[in-house]
Design a protein. Structure first.
Lengths: 225, 410
């Protein structure tokens, strides 16, 4: 399994009586692509932070590719993220003053994998990013171009899991369709697991598995949503 | 990491540039104060050596040292020629060089003396004076130039020059009736000797014949330029070399208690120490102010970085998501601070170097200070290293804040 969650509970240390996440059980098979939908503010991003090991679980367990996140040291979690997880977000996706090439190289740097400029070029060509934009600071790029760079960065280390959080909310319909098509094509080629989170249900048609976050997180019904 | 830190700074050009300027100004002040202080000490300490006593009319030891050796300030009174002659006969005195000051040439001081000056005067580590061209004067209207005078005024042996009455840079009373002929040019010494024109005492006496209280009399009196008629009535001061150093305090006491006229005899080294004691507290205050200015700038740097951490919360989280460990975020902020300090150091060193080149001649002409433009000294390296360490400490607060921010949720 890519992810196995058991009796997961989470609350912020500042508010120990305010439980944010309560997931009795949830899993994701290797190479499986899941669409998770739910309204804003019901804990989806916290859920992703827990999966990627940025937030420590309060109770319960998360296993990723057979490793228990709770038992891993901070440095091991950093390596896990660098080597096995690729992320694409709605905004704050890229470092704005770095070029697409530099953003992608930065992600490759932490994985310590041998990433040549040729590999980055091939990826950017494949994602149809015009060469004239490769060396410009990313704050000069359009939203669609930025999201394509974000996909390239997420894919550069050949991750086993890609996490995508509300990636299309800033895009128009044409760019949104292009983005989804490109992402699904790359995920299919890479044969990796995908967690796609969005409140836009119309995108669920691209996925074989669709989960509601309300069903995953018991607290979503009670507290936030 | 370095490129990321550099580009991050470039992304915040405005605030970063202001911080660099503020830090560069404070570093400039710190380096300038320390460099000029060191150079002044070196310059003063190496100006005179091998002279056991300096004798002048009754005045403070520092004043006597300043006007006789460094040509700074003016004597309160002269000492008589008879006294000079009597001291010359003292059994424990090996040599005595008279000094007569009061005239100038294009802003450079003129010193009347005897040709013994070129034999006995030593500077630095007992280096004697040497001639780059010509020789010491034997004639009444011969002059020997310090290296700086010859270089700046483009004079050479056999150039004819006219001395001016008084020591102002621009004088309206010139001794045109008796031009002097350059007979020698000295090698550079790095001391006030380089900015001085040396003439014979008889020459000084000759150009002042027919003058009274600083003004030339109209009714020209004919006089004979025989050396016998040109014996001065008084001199400004005298440098003394003793037969034995053991006699120093005895001779000093003898001169200080001289009955015929009130005199002061000083030991140059002790007078210099007294001068440093007076300067010491001023130096310390200047140094303290420099360090306080630097501290203020470093706190400004820290505040600027701290403010930027709040703006860069998402950037920091993004780095964490792609696998950057928290220490990486800490180091990035420290590198940014170091880059700012290095840039400021470079700007301050270049500016100080340019300012020293620009004002080197003024410092020499106005204060007799030989300030080197070479800023590469062990002390300056120590200061820069200290500033870099202080930068690391000042940047620790924003770095720790970035570290903390990186361990929180997105």
């Amino acid at each position: 399994m890519a992810i196995t969650i058991n009796q997961l509970e989470f609350y912020y240390s500042e508010t120990p009586n305010h439980q944010v996440i309560n997931i009795p059980s949830w899993d994701l098979a290797d190479n499986e692509q899941v669409f998770i939908h739910g309204p804003s503010g019901c804990g989806k991003t916290t859920f992703l932070n827990l999966i990627s090991g940025i937030l420590p679980v309060s109770n319960g367990s998360i296993e990723m590719f057979g490793y228990s996140l709770q038992k891993m040291k901070s440095s091991q979690l950093d390596k896990l993220r660098a080597n096995h997880i690729g992320c694409v977000f709605q905004s704050f996706n890229l470092i704005p003053y770095l070029s697409p090439i530099e953003n992608i190289k930065l992600a490759a740097q932490f994985s310590k994998k041998n990433t040549s400029n040729d590999l980055i070029s091939k990826l950017l060509y494949k994602l149809q990013l015009e060469k004239s934009t490769w060396f410009k600071p990313t704050h000069h790029l359009s939203m669609g171009q930025k999201q394509r760079v974000a996909i390239a960065r997420a894919l550069i280390n050949n991750p086993k899991l890609i996490i995508v959080d509300e990636p299309t909310s800033s895009l128009d319909k044409k760019n949104r369709d292009t983005f989804i098509a490109l992402l699904m094509e790359q995920v299919s080629q890479l044969n990796c697991a995908l967690i796609f989170i969005s409140h836009d249900l119309s995108l669920s048609r691209h996925f074989s598995r669709v989960d509601s976050f309300k069903d995953i997180n018991q607290m979503a019904n009670l507290v936030r949503c | 990491m370095l490129i990321l830190a550099y580009k991050s700074l470039m992304n915040r050009k405005g605030s970063v540039l202001l911080t660099i300027v503020a830090l560069a100004v404070s570093l400039f002040v710190l380096l300038a104060v320390d460099h000029i202080r060191q150079q002044t000490k070196n310059s003063f300490a190496s100006t005179i050596s091998g002279v056991d006593l300096i004798v002048g009319s009754r005045t403070s030891s520092i004043n006597l040292l300043l006007y006789s050796v460094f040509r700074i300030g003016s004597p309160t009174a002269n000492l008589s020629w008879n006294t000079y002659q009597n001291l010359k006969k003292h059994p424990k005195i090996e040599w005595i060089i008279p000094i007569s000051l009061g005239d100038s040439h294009k802003g450079y001081r003129v010193m009347g003396t005897t040709d013994d000056f070129f034999s006995y005067f030593k500077y630095g580590k007992k280096h004697p004076l040497t001639f780059s061209d010509g020789k010491a004067f034997k004639e009444i209207f011969g002059t020997v130039l310090g290296s700086e005078v010859a270089k700046k005024l483009n004079y050479e042996v056999n150039t004819q020059i006219v001395l001016a009455h008084g020591i102002a840079a621009t004088s309206f009373t010139q001794h045109k009736q008796h031009p002097f002929n350059v007979v020698g040019v000295l090698e550079p010494t790095g001391t006030p000797v380089d900015q001085t024109l040396f003439v014979s005492l008889q020459g000084i006496e000759a150009i002042h014949k027919n003058w009274q209280t600083g003004t030339r009399l109209n009714n020209t009196i004919q006089y004979d330029l025989q050396q016998d008629n040109l014996t001065p009535e008084s001199i400004t001061a005298a440098m003394v070399g003793l037969k034995s150093r053991m006699a120093t305090f005895g001779v000093q006491q003898y001169i200080n208690q001289y009955k015929q006229e009130p005199l002061t005899a000083i030991l140059p080294g002790i007078a210099l120490s007294e001068l440093w004691q007076i300067m010491g507290s001023v130096e310390q205050i200047l140094e303290l102010i420099s360090y306080l200015v630097l501290l203020a700038s470093l706190l400004g740097l820290s505040a600027m970085l701290l403010a930027s951490i709040r703006e860069r919360h998402h950037e920091i989280q993004l780095l964490r998501v792609i696998g950057a460990p928290p220490w990486y975020i800490f180091i990035i902020v420290e590198i940014e601070a170091m880059l700012i300090t290095l840039m400021s150091s470079l700007i301050s060193i270049i500016t100080l170097w340019a300012v020293l080149i620009g004002f080197q001649s003024s410092l020499t002409a106005e204060f007799g200070l030989q300030v080197s433009v070479n800023l590469f000294s062990f002390k300056n390296l120590q200061i820069l290293l200290l500033v870099l360490i202080a930068t690391v400490i000042a940047a620790a607060i924003p770095s720790a804040m970035a570290y903390r921010s990186s361990t929180r949720t997105m």
